[in-house]
Design a binder for this molecule. Structure first.
Ligand code: IVH
Length: 671
């Protein structure tokens, strides 16, 4: 393993290096168990880049540097599917699954048939081709016979190996799978679109399909697509069962179903047992599924079973109906976001849905309300997919009362009464007043939240009180609060006042990247914030940077650079930054330090409660410098729980899972 940057000189060393990187990709994406730190990984990539720069003719097609290519000048080429891409027959009924199973027994003239049952991924299907183990082509389904060649875009998906490894890799391998987005990435994507006033993606499937069809691979790379494979259509000679297909795909380094997401069943009872378990676990999965796929396990039987019209008889999809409930819209209220976007929200008669009571559902924007003809007083069907926020599916027009009335977007902001604006080409309506109290509330709440400065004890409710009582009106006011002022807040006693003041104090020593998130510069999210902080290393430098300089930073394009320059030339923003610094906020971005061979190396930490001597950021940094990682949730993969005072539920979960628990003093000793 290469620990520090060493120049490589020979082609042999280069090939070995690329193979090592591919192996680490596999550990990271496929097994979720990286064996080296991100820092070490970046070093390897840098080594490869340096060699490639000097020997452009030796660059390997599967080098990680080759993932993001150039944009095709004339849209996508088309490609033919040698084996057509069919769709699946699907059903929502257990009876029909039973009938299907019986039919298969009859057609195969067997008493016992084995089925391989998998998750039905809710994405967009893709056909992938590997030649001599190298990824060469990806085609969308298209009309099933001819699809679009999206090779350059699929190459950007980091969990897809560009080169396979392991034993018995067929010379030609054509496989099928699904390109999808995790729920988290999907939500982030829509949150950003909402802020930019763009139309939202209806679901992760549309978002994945839309992203795959972007013309510029650089844009696709930013979308965070994911992939899973589940079928071999060419090159699987000798593989006898679907269960083995999954096994082989996995062995060759391809993301494929394993363990709890795969079952071999013979009876419908077993199939439904699996289906019911998956249905229960559905909300906890990182990605959306819309059911399960039941496949005959024995591959040679596929010939006998044949196809019906567009779907093969070897498989059927058993889909989960989304959980729905009927309730009434009592009112439509407006939520003003931190950038001033007005979002209409349905206030519902509370109703029980998929394990929780819901009283609100987002209506996204005015166009959406018009399209669905939603009126105040209407009875509506609400649905909860994998998403946390429930949505209004449709109106029960038959039940509409004569008093139900059409809703209109107000002309003025409900919080500050400024006239709202709707820019051309945007669906969003905005309050343009930067001093709007609702916007202020959102901005301050965001500043304090986990996404930015992570100030403990300063949750949304506290911010709301601070604003309505007139104690705070801008972010910098937070740093002027004292015990006397806080005593005015409801429920605030000596202890809670002390806690809040000490976490505000602690937040003064913060990372520049977090501070930048806190400033809420348009288009500057977590990743960009980190890239900026790392590049500039201090705020003053960043504030002085010209657009051309900003454009040199990875991940900063025209839109982002313009927004940053505009932000730092606005006198209100400059005044606010000046006040924050004056009150002692001191954002710093320490250079990446690396301590080798520390017991924290490759260990995953979760933090809970309040530490006496370190802010969360400081503790995380110390861990990372020593080669460890931090995560926000406890799982079997967690190595240590770092325990502060007043821990949350993570403490119980750690005990339950037998995760080692470190007190602050033990942590310090180990440091
Ligand atoms: S096998 C003949 N397995 O569902 C088609 N498909 O509704 C064989 N899908 O086009 C496909 N998860 O895009 C298969 N585990 C899985 C799947 C899966 C999702 C998609 C696929 C297919 C569609 C059919």
């Amino acid at each position: 393993m290469h620990k520090k940057f060493e120049k490589i000189h020979t082609q042999k060393e280069y090939i070995e290096l690329i193979d090592t990187i591919c192996e680490h990709d596999r550990h990271y994406y496929d097994e979720c168990k990286p064996v080296i730190s991100d820092y070490e990984y970046d070093l390897l990539v840098k080594q490869a880049e340096a060699f490639e720069k000097e020997h452009p003719n030796l660059v390997l097609s599967y080098s990680p540097t080759q993932r993001v290519g150039e944009k095709p000048s004339k849209g996508f080429r088309e490609g033919e599917h040698k084996v057509p891409m069919l769709s699946l027959a699907n059903t929502y009924s257990k009876e029909e699954v039973q009938e299907y199973v019986e039919r298969v027994h009859k057609l195969l003239e067997k008493e016992k048939v084995l089925f391989c049952v998998e998750l039905k991924m809710d994405g967009t299907s893709i056909s992938l081709r590997y030649e001599e183990g190298h990824f060469v082509r990806a085609l969308t389904r298209g009309d099933g016979r001819v699809g679009d060649d999206v090779t350059a875009n699929v190459k950007t998906i980091k969990s897809l190996p560009l080169k396979l490894f392991g034993k018995n890799i067929p010379a030609i391998l054509e496989i099928r799978g699904e390109v999808f987005l995790t729920k988290k990435v999907f939500q982030q994507m829509n949150a950003q679109r909402e802020e930019e006033g763009l139309e939202l993606w209806a679901n992760p499937r549309n978002a994945a399909a839309g992203s795959l069809k972007l013309l510029d691979p650089k844009e696709v790379a930013k979308r965070g697509l994911n992939i899973i494979t589940y079928a071999i259509v060419e090159g699987g000679e000798g593989i006898k069962s679907q269960y083995e297909v999954n096994h082989h795909l996995h062995q060759w380094g391809l993301p494929a179903a394993t363990a709890r997401h795969l079952a071999r069943c013979t009876t419908t009872e077993e199939i439904f047992h699996f289906a019911d378990r998956i249905h229960k676990e559905r909300d906890d999965l990182a990605f959306e599924i819309d059911g399960i796929v039941i496949k005959v396990d024995d591959l040679p039987s596929y010939q006998i079973l044949g196809t019906t019209g567009k779907a093969p008889r070897f498989a059927v999809a058993y889909k989960f109906a989304p959980e729905q409930a009927v309730t009434k819209i009592e009112a439509i209220s407006i939520q003003v976001g931190k950038t001033g976007v007005l979002t209409p929200v349905a206030e519902l008669t509370p109703v029980h849905l998929a394990g929780s009571t819901i009283a609100r559902a987002t209506l996204h924007n005015e166009d959406e309300i018009k399209r669905k003809d939603i009126r105040v007083g209407d009875w509506v069907v609400v649905e909860k997919g994998g998403d946390v926020i429930p949505k209004v599916v449709e109106v029960d027009v038959k039940k509409r009362s004569p008093t139900a009335h059409v809703w209109k977007m107000p002309h003025r902001c409900p919080a500050c009464e400024t006239e709202v604006v709707r820019s051309e080409g945007e669906v969003a309506v905005r309050c343009p007043n930067p001093r709007c109290s609702a916007r202020r509330y959102r901005r301050i709440a965001f500043f304090a939240s986990k996404h930015a400065m992570d100030i403990e004890h300063l949750g949304d409710k506290v911010v709301e009180q601070l604003i309505t009582k007139g104690l705070v009106s801008r972010i910098s006011d937070l740093y002027t609060l004292d015990a006397n002022v806080l005593a005015e807040l409801e429920g605030f006693k000596e202890k809670s006042i002390h806690n809040l003041l000490s976490s505000i104090e602690k937040s003064k020593k913060c990372l520049l990247s977090r501070f930048l998130m806190g400033l809420q510069i348009k288009y500057v999210g977590e990743e960009t914030g980190e890239a900026l902080a790392e590049h500039a290393s201090d705020l003053e430098t960043l504030m002085r940077m010209k657009k051309e300089e900003l454009l040199e930073i990875e991940g900063v394009g025209e839109k982002v650079a313009t927004s940053i320059v505009e932000y730092f030339s606005d006198s209100n923003n400059l005044e606010e930054i000046h006040l924050l610094l004056k009150h002692g906020v001191a954002p710093k971005q320490p250079p990446k330090k690396k301590i080798e061979g520390h017991p924290f190396a490759h260990k995953t930490f979760v933090l809970t409660g309040t530490l006496a001597h370190y802010s969360r950021d400081e503790a995380s940094l110390l861990i990372k410098e020593r080669g460890g990682k931090t995560s926000s949730s406890i799982s079997k993969q967690t190595d240590f729980l770092l325990l502060g005072t007043e821990p949350g539920s993570k403490y119980d979960k750690a005990k339950e899972l037998g995760v080692a628990i470190l007190s602050e003093s033990e942590f310090e000793k180990m440091l």
